[in-house]
Design a protein around this ligand. Structure first.
Ligand SMILES: Nc1nc2c(ncn2[C@@H]2O[C@H](COP(=O)(O)OP(=O)(O)OP(=O)(O)O)[C@@H](O)[C@H]2O)c(=O)[nH]1
Length: 358
């Protein structure tokens, strides 16, 4: 993944899937209802409370139903839910500061949630402007609410400390996002490097280590494995002669050509790699012997027809080992290699397995 893709991924991916989002909305509805109940039991509910709780609960319940019915996309619903909750917290704090005489009230302590929610639930691209807007409304709103009943000196004292606290919230949350992004870049970089270690630089197919890794990942190398597979060892005939006559560069071009031919012809689920030198390996899964022989013969035949100008008459020999013939992939590979040796001994450009001996 490149830098641009990583940024795209992080700036566009919302962390909240629809299912989790609905649970969060229900949780918010429960919280608002609980606050409403507590306030009605322990405090006398003033008009603002009665209205704000009711509006928030109705709005969140509507968002929940819109989400269930898939009428509006998840990003818009997230933004709406955020607006309801942030709107409630800001207006509640502003209202408290307007009607009460205390310059700093409990309601203001919840305002930090607005920034946490923005970075948790919105895309980073939306969270950044949202926090700037929320911050501006909060600071300017509280300044106006407090100045109405207090001196400029007292108002500035409250609003400035609120501004510093909120800036700290935003800065810390931004750092968390940055760290997450850096972590992901390091991980991607390590994965790219690891990927290089498994790929043959000349032919761009798996190298020996890559083949070993895939075999291990598929659990094929264990003695207890009972998957049906076959190993084909494909070796170009008289390749030394190609190098000696035409030079290593031409030899390299032929290796690349044959590798790309094989990668086009083998099934995407099969494992193709360069075992070393002019030897390729194909590990093919869940095919009966008939199909495997047909594949091997097709590959042998089409390799001999490849345009490898200026070299003519390139052929390959193939040895095959089947999973039931050995306890593990090493044993099956040795059987395929033994059959390849026989194919070379008896004239090359042919396929040998335990039943085809000539
Ligand atoms: N151009 C090129 N040649 C390579 C590469 N790796 C191995 N070889 C050559 O492949 C040739 C293999 O030669 P041998 O093992 O004698 O096999 P062969 O000539 O193909 O003969 P048979 O396999 O018996 O048909 C050697 O000359 C190696 O130098 C490579 O990456 N590029």
């Amino acid at each position: 993944m490149g830098q641009k893709q990583i940024e795209h991924y992080f700036l566009r991916t919302s962390a909240v899937k629809p299912e989790l989002f609905r649970k969060l909305v229900l949780f918010s509805v429960a919280c608002f209802t609980l606050m409403w109940l507590i306030n009605s039991i322990f405090h006398s509910l003033v008009v603002f409370n009665q209205l704000s709780y009711l509006i928030s609960i109705i709005a969140l319940a509507s968002i929940y139903f819109l989400s269930v019915n898939n009428k509006v996309n998840n990003h818009t619903l997230l933004m709406l839910a955020y607006t309801v909750i942030a709107g409630f917290l800001i207006s509640y704090s502003l209202w408290s500061h307007t009607v009460n005489q205390e310059p700093f009230l409990n309601s203001a302590q919840w305002l930090g949630l607005n920034y946490v929610m923005a970075y948790l639930f919105l895309d980073v691209k939306k969270a950044v402007p949202t926090t700037v807007i929320v911050f501006s409304i909060t600071i300017v709103g509280h300044f106006l609410a407090i100045i109405a009943n207090h001196s400029l000196h007292n108002t500035l004292g409250v609003v400035l400390s609120m501004g510093i606290a909120h800036t700290a919230y935003i800065a810390l949350l931004w750092m968390v996002i940055k760290l997450r992004k850096n972590n992901e870049e390091v991980k991607q970089h390590a994965m790219t490097l690891e990927g290089y270690a498994y790929v043959d630089l000349l032919t761009h197919i798996l190298n020996r280590r890559g083949i070993d890794k895939v075999i291990k990942d598929l659990g094929l190398n264990s003695d207890s494995n009972n998957q049906n597979y076959a190993i084909l060892v494909v070796d170009i005939d008289h390749f030394k002669q190609v190098n000696d006559v035409h030079g290593h560069l031409i030899g390299d071009q032929i290796l690349v050509k044959i590798a790309s031919h094989l990668s086009r012809k083998v099934h995407p689920d099969d494992i193709l790699g360069r075992w070393g030198g002019e030897e390729f390996i194909i590990l093919t899964l869940n095919k009966d012997r008939e199909k495997i022989l047909a594949l091997a013969d097709y590959l042998r035949d089409t390799i001999s027809q490849l345009d490898t100008d200026p070299v003519h008459g390139i052929t390959a020999s193939i040895g095959i080992g089947y999973s039931h013939e050995g306890k593990n992939t090493d044993e099956v590979f040795n059987i395929a290699d033994k059959h390849l040796y026989t194919a070379k001994q008896i004239g090359r450009n042919r396929i040998i397995d335990s039943q085809l001996t000539h």
